[in-house]
Design a protein around this ligand. Structure first.
Ligand code: HEC
Length: 181
């Protein structure tokens, strides 16, 4: 909440200097990234309980629910959110060379909180806002030891690379792309 407030204050300051559109976009992108990252974190803490079985139903309430939320946002408007990882589970989330470069930056600079940039595609301009996603203890039930992964994951993701993580490891990035004109 506090972060959002400071983002709002920061954007008001930038707005008063004339960067209206860019400031508003950045504030939106920041809020989306924050929402998705904290949603996954709190769902994992809520539904991965010590001693309880972790299965496909747990997934539907954690990363599955996050995927659904992202899809809803993407279908609703111009903002396009995506997850990317070099150690991915779902191949659609495999990092492009550009995303892999951003992931490498976050890996090398642990204090780096965000990376923003702009790009052009088919003659249109876009801004891209990315944030790192870190592994917490509640993630390890599904992204920890290879052999300890729930059976449905072993069966459903034969090319899975998203295991072997430890608490605090960089898991991947969330990227929020917004058209700028
Ligand atoms: C109950 C199992 C489970 C838990 C707990 C879990 N995940 Fe996942 N996660 C998955 C599965 C399965 C996928 C693949 C989803 C798909 O097919 O799109 C996934 C996908 C992801 C992705 C998308 C990138 C990729 O590799 O495809 C990220 C990022 C991610 N998880 C991060 C986390 C983090 C961070 C936590 C803890 C806060 C966490 N997960 C907890 C099962 C889980």
């Amino acid at each position: 909440m506090q972060k959002r407030l400071s983002v709002a204050i920061a954007s008001v300051l930038v707005l008063s200097f004339g960067g209206a559109a860019i400031a508003a976009e950045k504030a939106d992108a920041t809020a989306y990234a924050e929402e998705i990252i904290s949603m996954r974190s709190s769902l994992a803490k809520t539904f991965v309980l010590p001693g309880a079985e972790v299965n496909e139903d747990t997934f539907k309430k954690v990363c599955g629910a996050v995927g659904k939320k992202v899809k809803e946002i993407n279908e609703k408007g111009d903002v396009k959110i995506r997850h990317a990882a070099t150690k991915y589970r779902n191949p659609v989330n495999a990092a492009t060379p550009e995303e892999a470069a951003v992931i490498e930056r976050f890996a090398k600079e642990p204090d780096l909180k965000e990376v923003s940039g702009t790009f052009e595609k088919d003659g249109k301009k876009f801004s891209r806002y990315t944030r790192p996603i870190y592994v917490e203890s509640a993630c390890l039930a599904c992204h920890g030891e290879k052999d300890a992964r729930p059976a449905f994951i072993k069966a459903k993701y034969p090319d899975d690379r998203a295991y072997g993580f430890k608490t605090g490891d960089l898991r991947g990035i969330i990227s929020v792309v917004t058209p700028t004109e």
